[in-house]
Design a protein around this ligand. Sequence first.
Ligand code: TPP
Length: 408
Amino acid sequence: MNRPSLSLHIPEPISRPGDPPAFHNMSLPAVGETRRPDELEHERNMRDLPYGLIRVLDDQGTPRGPWAPRIDPQVLLKGLRAMMLTRAFDERLFRAHRQGKTSFYMKSTGEEAISTAQSLLLGKGDMCFPTYRVLSWLMARDYPLEQLVNQIFSNEKDPLKGRQLPILYSARDYGFFSISGNLGTQLGQAVGWAMASAFKEDDKIALAYVGEGTTGEGDFHEAMTFASVYRAPALICITNNQWAISSFAGIAGANETTFAAKALGYGLPGLRVDGNDFLAVWAATEWAVERARANCGATLIEFYTYRAAGHSTSDDPTKYRPADEPEAWPLGDPVDRLKQHLIALGEWDETRHAALAEELGQQVRTSVKAGEAVGTLGKSKPSVREMFEGVFRDPDWRVIEQRRELGV
Ligand SMILES: Cc1ncc(C[n+]2csc(CCOP(=O)(O)OP(=O)(O)O)c2C)c(N)n1
């Protein structure tokens, strides 16, 4: 019998360095087109949503369609400020790495709207299980910049005492669980935390972030099963920024279906949202939060966005994607789009925008100076004694022994 030979399919991105960016082929549902079911609707009645795209702001910065949220302009301005501060901080601290002041840095350029809106929407006592790309969560809650800088410089005043890589922050009082460098592990913890909240008959909910690349890991699927079976009050947010270091989203399955559609196999609602549209992020999050608080369980949200900068200070994206791809992203820049909306509302203008950028730049410079005064990488370190503290409630004999050997 002559059977045709098989061939292994290996997905490849449409454009590589030197090619023109290929987003013109992307099929985007129109602004306002995706329907908005009631928050308490049964999952079986909204299985079309993972294939839509919740978009609110049109090209003129005007909100359109059923998802258009009502947001106080003061809150919008707070959001804009947090996003701009994140960007200014990222720029400055990335440079600090090039100047040898820190060992590592990661930017979230282009993705700032997501964690800003979500940070403003979730309440005190709720818990975010972050990735390394959601700094704007902390910015939106006015986390002290000096603390960030001290951790990035791994100096004596590092609030985490040198126990975490720079930028893997931990800020319980800001609803920000310790970031884990081991991808995917946050999801099980987030769902477990949410299950515990329901078990204790508390009213708190959890929010977890995961990159689209990381959805290929078992941890994601295990967490989804638990979230569905136990109706965990959780938002599981996939940030689909198109790239996982040098692997394009197709390697994680983007050519086969949407990431939001992963929800279908678990019987969870799945929303797909323009992650560069602050209002769309807000509206989808509000919807899922209301559902979770009403004890209807978890929602999976795919934020469709683009990682405009390199993966980290160790990465050079021009090696694997067209250099002008970030500017070609069809859904624009989140800061520009929120700014345009505020101007359209009559709440903002170019002069105030420039003044705010200047003020935030100054704030970042001041915090970096304060960190430098304590010490940059290798110039100042947390004390060795602290290595033995805060791990065991009652010190283990090995800790006592090691401490004695070191004489601290
Ligand atoms: C378990 C594990 N495997 C691999 C890595 C190395 N690693 C760090 S970031 C990254 C890419 C993650 O991509 P994605 O989930 O899409 O998130 P993004 O960085 O795009 O925000 C990889 C493979 C890791 N940190 N942990």
